[in-house]
Design a protein around this ligand. Structure first.
Ligand SMILES: [Cu+2]
Length: 198
C-alpha cells in the first residue's frame, strides 16, 4: 500500500512538473467557439471575448435556464483576453451575459486521468514560512482534510498524520536542506505544496 501510494505521489509530482496546455475559447458571432471543451486539471483556459460580449461563470441551474446571474466567486470576463486555470475537477458553466437568453453559452469539463481527484494549485492551504529553517505552519483555509503526509524529494514519506486540524506545525530542524512536498488530502481532493528547508 505504501509503495502504491508512493508511486501515485511520484506520478502527481510528475504531473506538477508538467506544464498544462492552454485551450482558447473565442466568441464567434453569438456563440462561443468551442462551446464544449474537456480539459485536464492543470490546463489553462484563455477566453478571447470580442466587443459586446462577456464570459460569465454561472451555476448549472442558471445555465440550464439561459439566465445570466453570475455565480458567486466565479469569473466574469469582459472584452479582451483573460486566462485562468481551474483548480478542481467538475463542470464549469458560463454564458455571455447580454446574450444568455439567446443561448450564447458554453461549458468546460475539467477532468483528471487519475483515480483520486486532485487539486494541484490552490489557495485552500497555506504554508509559512517558506523557505523555512525549522518549524512551518500548515494552515487549512478552506475544506476538510483528513490526512497529511510530508515527503522528501525522492518521494519517501517522512511524516504522516491521519487527523488534520486547521493549523498544523511541522519541525524541519532535524531534516536535511532541500525540497519537501506536503500532501494534504481527503477522498476527493489532494493538495500538494512545495516547501524548501534552508
Ligand atoms: Cu454575447
Amino acid at each position: 500500500m505504501q509503495r502504491i501510494f508512493t508511486i501515485f505521489t511520484l506520478f502527481f509530482l510528475l504531473f506538477l512538473n508538467t506544464k498544462g496546455e492552454t485551450v482558447t475559447i473565442n466568441t464567434s458571432g453569438f456563440t462561443f467557439s468551442p462551446n464544449d471543451v474537456t480539459i485536464k486539471l492543470g490546463d489553462e483556459i484563455k477566453f478571447v471575448v470580442s466587443s459586446g460580449h462577456t464570459a460569465t461563470e454561472v451555476t448549472q441551474a442558471t445555465w440550464n435556464a439561459n439566465g445570466n446571474t453570475p455565480k458567486s466567486g466565479g469569473f466574469n470576463f469582459g472584452v479582451g483576453t483573460n486566462s485562468f486555470t481551474p483548480t478542481a475537477v467538475g463542470i464549469i458553466y458560463y454564458v455571455c451575459s447580454p446574450h444568455a437568453s439567446g443561448g450564447m453559452k458554453g461549458k468546460i469539463t475539467v477532468s483528471t486521468s487519475t483515480s483520486i481527484q486532485q487539486i494541484v494549485q490552490n489557495s485552500k492551504v497555506t504554508i509559512y514560512p517558506n523557505p523555512t529553517k525549522n518549524v512551518v505552519t500548515i494552515e487549512v483555509l478552506q475544506g476538510n482534510f483528513k490526512n497529511i503526509e510530508i515527503l522528501n524529494i525522492l518521494g519517501d514519506v517522512i511524516y504522516r498524520q491521519t487527523s488534520v486540524g486547521m493549523k498544523q506545525q511541522f519541525d524541519f530542524s532535524n531534516y536535511p536542506m532541500g525540497v519537501y512536498w506536503i500532501v494534504i488530502y481527503n477522498e476527493k481532493e489532494k493538495i500538494i505544496k512545495k516547501v524548501q528547508k534552508i
